[in-house]
Design a protein around this ligand. Sequence first.
Ligand code: 13P
Ligand code: 13P
Ligand code: MG
Ligand code: MG
Ligand code: MG
Length: 360
Amino acid sequence: MVTLSVIKADIGSLPGHVRAPSKLVDRVRGVLEDGKSDGVLIDYYVGCCGDDIDLVMSHDHGVDSEEVHSLAWDAFQEGTEFAKELGLYGAGQDLLSDAFSGNVKGLGPGSAEMEFDERESEPILVFLCDKTSPSAFNYPLFKMFADPFSTSGLVLDPSLHEGFDFEILDYYEGDTATLSCPEEMYDILSLLGIVSKYSIESVSKKDGRPAAVVSTEKLNLMAGEYVGKDDPVAVVRCQSGFPAVGEALEAFSFPHLVPGWMRGSHNGPLMPVSEEDATPTRFDGPPRVVALGFQLNNGKLEGPRDLFDDPSFNTARKKANEAAEYMRNHGPFQPHLLSEDELEYTTVPKVLEKLENRFK
Ligand code: 13P
Ligand code: 13P
Ligand code: MG
Ligand code: MG
Ligand code: MG
């Protein structure tokens, strides 16, 4: 069995929330290099999407491994010290506590992990987002694993034909339910469409093999007030019983509207970009998604290929820019502005509190 762990955090950026500078990424990488030399990791890649640093790590310690989580935590701690020295904006932004106790969960960083038997050939995609929430993956993961108009293999490939199970998280209760697709497709959609409440946590084959996993930590729910967006990551296995690489990517060809963008308080289109173009600048956005493709080879990460660095996604980017323009013209009005129940967890409640006795 091999485990792929993606653990991510925003520990500082420049200017403002645009981009983690490469010397900060280098510093974090150094800690993982030591972890590899010490035998904690088989291999690693340090990715970056906007102001978020994403640690892609392969190892054989299983999910929730204290060794791996503490290595990631150390990397972010050391990075935070350096970010402070550099005077970066939001140095240590996502590290909500300094008391590490075996697992990064609940401490601010996001994590998406899966353990599986490596197949003879194991193509894996890692999606990295900035300026959005875990529920940004609801729409594309549904398309990937449930929509035959997007994933032709659901119709054409006998090994996909039985469909997939979706594990869905209720953010506010903290509980998950597993629903079977296509049998319960309409029930699944009635939950996934409510992106402020439900998020896909994982997808699996009907025999239980993991297919996809999302980092579902909600920073604002953890911290009780707005401390930046969660900026999720997802891992997706491809080919031979899973969607083809091109089918997984096809799910991002329509830049759907996601919550996030400026101050985490606006809906905007999710733009698929290369790692280099993951520099959200217009109104701190629009929200971005990067796709890194690897082949696992006895746990070694061959790659990555930067998959949205391709002209076939130019139309999606153009559409995203048009949608961004359209949404921006709403200024502070809904539906560009998030709904009130989502703003509940940002700064607006303070304004409403202040004005409370002005309502007669
Ligand atoms: P190739 O012939 O390029 O391997 O393509 C196979 C395929 O099924 C692509 O979706
Ligand atoms: P980040 O979560 O990417 O730091 O975004 C915070 C923000 O408020 C951007 O406007
Ligand atoms: Mg930030
Ligand atoms: Mg971010
Ligand atoms: Mg964030």
